[in-house]
Design a protein around this ligand. Structure first.
Ligand code: NDP
Length: 320
């Protein structure tokens, strides 16, 4: 099969707040960025409802609307936005090689990685079996289907707390399964959970199995990790909100990562261990993980790429 090869100055992988902000800056710096959106254009924010903490939206905005605004702004300055996923990379020599959808090869002077992170699952076979039939990792996307019903949600971070309160508005009862005897979520979020009458928090509890009738979820089997006591809680929906995994599998062997797979960058910059490759957003940030911090690091990545290219051009001129 013949392979199509295209050369670009700046390739942006991923289309969350980091990728779009990098695109806005790179396009305005005339780097003619090409962006591949990945399988979920707009990224994680397309799965949220209200975003109230992004500066510039005094009345708040929904995640999908905000990402649409980001996209339009990136397009306004000429970013070439394409639907497609990067299937492999070769960072062994310059220019960098990136394969899209397993068939198209792009060579790039600079690569900005903004591939974000994806929701984690518990890893139970029954969770897979009933995924889409009562099991979900996105309350905002699927909560509607459980209107007036009983559901359970596992997790004790800000995401779980936020999603539990969201579900509580739609569902009759929400059981919140917390594996320790305390939350990880911020005090404000815990306060909100505790003040929602139809949320019942069950501490020291782990999910053993999701039970169903072959078609839909009917209950969740939980175990108290202090006493070993098992209980079946009847629910129609089961939501998983236990954190995220960075989307870095294709960069293994090429880029330095921490133990959990987050890309390592030189502190205070977006530089990776490979020349001309920059990382921004959640893919390199396991700590702040906010849309606004991702956007900020997307800006940094574009500026780092621009300065890298300018320095290279300058070197060439000096030599010639
Ligand atoms: P976190 O990593 O903060 O929390 C994950 C939670 O899931 C923890 O409570 C953890 O338990 C629990 N957990 C992990 N694995 C299992 C398991 N196998 N079984 C049961 N429970 C499990 O992820 P979040 O997605 O909640 O948050 C990520 C980041 O995003 C945070 O920095 C958060 O503050 C931020 N965020 C902010 C929001 C806001 O400000 N509005 C909204 C949502 C997220 P344990 O505590 O025992 O480790």
């Amino acid at each position: 099969m013949s392979q199509e090869v295209e050369h670009v100055e700046c390739l942006i992988i991923g289309s969350g707040p980091a990728g779009y902000t990098a695109a806005i800056y790179a396009a305005r710096a005339d780097l003619k960025p090409v962006m591949y959106t990945g399988m979920e254009p707009g990224g994680q924010l397309t799965q949220t409802t209200e975003v109230d903490n992004f500066p510039g939206y005094p009345a708040g905005i929904t995640g999908p609307e905000m990402m649409e605004d980001f996209r339009k702004q990136a397009e306004r300055f000429g970013t070439d936005i394409r639907f497609g996923y990067v299937s492999s990379v070769d960072f062994s020599s310059l220019p960098h090689k990136v394969v899209v959808d397993e068939i198209k090869t792009i060579t790039a002077d600079t690569v900005i990685i903004s591939t974000g992170a994806t929701a984690k699952w518990l890893g139970l076979p029954s969770e897979q079996k009933y995924n889409g039939f009562g099991v979900s990792a996105c309350a905002v996307c699927d909560g509607f289907f459980f209107k007036g019903q009983d559901v359970a949600i596992v997790g004790a971070g800000d995401t779980a707390a936020e999603e539990a309160t969201y579900l509580a508005k739609l569902c009759k009862k929400v059981y919140m399964l917390v594996r320790r005897d305390e939350f990880r979520a911020s005090k404000a979020m815990v306060h909100r959970v505790m003040n929602t009458p139809n949320i019942e928090v069950i501490y020291n509890t782990e999910t053993k199995e999701i039970l169903g009738n072959g078609k839909n979820v009917t209950a969740v089997k939980v175990v108290n990790n202090q006493t070993g006591a098992e209980t079946d809680i009847p629910v129609e929906g089961f939501f998983v909100a236990i954190g995220h995994k960075p989307n870095t599998d294709i960069f293994k062997g090429w880029l330095d990562m921490d133990d959990t797979g987050y890309l390592k960058t030189v502190p205070g910059s977006t530089l990776t261990n490979v020349e001309g490759v920059f990382a921004s957003g959640d893919v390199q940030d396991s700590y702040y993980r906010q849309a606004v911090t991702a956007a900020g690091s997307g800006c940094m990545a574009a500026l780092d790429a621009e300065r890298y290219l300018a320095a290279k051009e300058h070197d060439v001129k000096v030599v010639s």
